[in-house]
Design a protein around this ligand. Structure first.
Ligand SMILES: [Zn+2]
Length: 247
């Protein structure tokens, strides 16, 4: 079967003498593993089109354990993302995050579109709000949006007093619930407000919010911890399911 899709390579690995295995986030097939078979002639032709973090028109053949790349044509190189080491590092950070977060062959076109927007923004601006906004939108798209408007426990609207953030349950807990249950760590109300703004506005508006740089970093740190917790939990439950099915 021949499959045509837009895709972005997020990981690339040499395989055997001359082959390359790619992890590709695609528009209509989700995250897939594909192999670029390496006769020198083919790789010489395809090579430049298989760099990570370019928007590429792919044609795959269905193989036994991997898709096989039969054609790859770059649509957007994102030149600055590749020439500026800082931007490259930020692309790798998000690429790794998506690789860990997404299951193979589970289709999330909205995640792909967000990733394209992320790379476009990184190419043209690279504001410190970019990673937090992208992280928030990914969480929302994958069903992990944290609660930032009302208390996770009692569902009361959050008041501008000392509130608490709970990574495990995902969101904010009010003062009296914190006193009752002891969950969560202190969170600055301005951070909660910024999170609320990011979740109520779309990607493009959120990346243009006028926010102090320090707050952008703090919001990023909250989301990063939260995401790491989710990935860890998912890995554990996958391991658990595997153990059950192996027994
Ligand atoms: Zn409460």
């Amino acid at each position: 079967m021949i499959l045509k899709t837009l895709g972005i390579v997020v990981k690339r690995m040499d395989y055997g003498e001359a082959d390359r295995i790619l992890t590709v986030l695609t528009f209509n097939m989700g995250k897939v593993k594909a192999i670029a078979k390496g006769s020198r002639k083919i790789l010489a032709k395809l090579g430049g089109h298989l760099e990570p973090f370019c928007l590429v028109d792919f044609i795959f053949h269905e193989g036994k354990s991997f898709y096989i790349v039969t054609s790859a044509v770059v649509q957007n190189h994102f030149k600055k993302v590749h020439s500026d080491i800082d931007k490259t590092a930020k692309a790798f950070y998000i690429g790794e995050l998506l690789d860990k977060f997404l299951e193979e062959n589970e289709n999330h076109p909205e995640v792909f579109e967000l990733f394209v927007k992320y790379l476009e923004n990184l190419e043209s601006a690279d504001d410190p709000i970019l990673i937090p906004v992208f992280s928030a939108k990914i969480l929302e798209a994958l069903g992990f949006k944290p609660e930032v408007s009302e208390c996770l426990h009692c569902r009361e609207k959050l008041q501008p007093v000392q509130n608490y953030w709970d990574d495990i349950e995902g969101g904010v807990i009010c003062q009296s619930c914190h006193e009752k249950f002891g969950h969560g760590g202190k969170i600055d109300n301005d951070i909660v407000k910024i999170l609320r703004l990011i979740f109520t506005h779309d990607f493009n508006v959120s990346t243009k919010l006028k926010i102090d740089d320090q707050y952008k970093k703090d919001v990023g740190a909250v989301l990063e911890n939260y995401i790491e917790g989710i990935i860890e939990k998912e890995l554990k439950s996958k391991k658990f399911l595997k153990e059950i099915s192996d027994n």
